[in-house]
Design a protein around this ligand. Structure first.
Ligand SMILES: Nc1nc2c(ncn2[C@@H]2O[C@H](COP(=O)(O)OP(=O)(O)OP(=O)(O)O)[C@@H](O)[C@H]2O)c(=O)[nH]1
Ligand SMILES: [Mg+2]
Length: 300
């Protein structure tokens, strides 16, 4: 750390069980849809850096996979480990809960956070769904996690409610230090990685409950010319039957997935995009440790 720095800079790990709104919160805090979101649990599979720089501070947020029990498959174990090691390296932790809910997975996330001996904030998300509003305080006052948190901040990530309070609570806990990234930096991830995530986001949104967890995406080609980005991606599935589901009748699913992913890419990369998708079968990849490493999981 530079001596006598006027600015603050540090990392903030956003943790919590699946589906509480961690990625939605990160996107809102950095003002850009960077991390993929879906209404299904276990959407995020990588620790993802999102940076927000103000005149006085650089907030380096880390979005993490949802911490959950029942990690039998290799992929589940890797996800939990990715989340807890991101927390280990941070300056400040944020534990996200969904208002009015505290289940076994929340308890596991709470244990992970309180084991770190770092300053941590309890963020109670989705307050827009609490009706009537008066129900929130009695519920909060009964939560054991409230006693040990350094601050408790109710927010709505989708509406942006109370995020200024969260930011100032965070800023006061960041160390004085020079900025680690340029003023305009958004993430340390490659466009290739972000593109693969945008395809996976649409797969998660389009496919029924179980299938998204058997799917992975690999970018085979990413060529950027002045006018257009030419991108081709392989969607890895575990079984031939899943391949036909992803493709859909007459290719309709794949077409929809591709056109939404392409639109999201155009928005994020701010360029025209030509996207080609291929579906390939790799037997049991979510239980195959080498394949999981090959696809970049757990290497964050
Ligand atoms: N009503 C409401 N919904 C929200 C809010 N924040 C997030 N959501 C929704 O909750 C769902 C899950 O959001 P994500 O941001 O993907 O959740 P996550 O915690 O990152 O989930 P994992 O990556 O699976 O661990 C999505 O459908 C979001 O739109 C909120 O403040 N209010
Ligand atoms: Mg997420």
């Amino acid at each position: 750390m530079t001596q006598g720095s006027q600015t603050r800079c540090g990392t903030i790990a956003i943790t919590g069980r699946p589906n509480v709104g961690k990625s939605t919160l990160l996107n809102r805090l950095i003002g850009q849809k960077l991390s993929i979101t879906a209404h299904k649990p276990q959407t995020t599979r990588h620790a993802l850096l999102g940076i927000n720089t103000t005149a006085t501070a650089q907030f380096i947020y880390i979005d993490t996979p949802g911490i959950h029990r029942g990690g039998r498959k290799t992929l589940n174990r890797v996800l939990n480990k990715t989340a807890s090691s991101a927390a280990t390296g941070a300056n400040v932790l944020v534990l996200v809960l969904q208002a009015m809910t505290f289940n076994d997975d929340d308890a596991m996330a709470y244990e992970t956070v309180s084991a770190q001996e770092l300053p941590w904030l309890l963020v109670v998300n989705k307050t827009d769904r609490v009706n009537p509003k008066e129900r929130l305080l009695p519920w909060l006052s009964e939560l054991p996690a409230v006693q040990s948190a350094d601050a408790v901040i109710p927010v709505s990530a989708t509406r942006g409610t109370n995020l200024n309070v969260l930011e100032s609570e965070l800023e006061s806990r960041l160390p004085y230090a020079e900025f680690q990234f340029g003023q305009d930096a958004l993430t340390d991830r490659s466009s290739k990685f972000l593109a693969s995530e945008l395809v996976r986001e649409q797969l998660t949104r389009f496919l029924s409950q179980e299938l998204p967890y058997s799917v992975s995406v690999e970018i085979e080609k990413f060529e950027q010319t002045e006018k257009i980005a030419n991108i081709s991606a392989v969607i890895w599935v575990e079984k031939a039957s899943q391949k036909s589901i992803v493709i859909g009748k007459g290719g309709t699913n794949l077409k929809e997935i591709g056109s939404w992913a392409r639109r999201e890419m155009q928005r994020l990369f701010d360029t025209k995009v030509h996207l080609q998708l291929w579906v390939k079968v790799k037997d049991g990849w979510s239980d195959d440790a080498a394949m999981i490493r090959g696809l970049g999981y757990g290497s964050d």
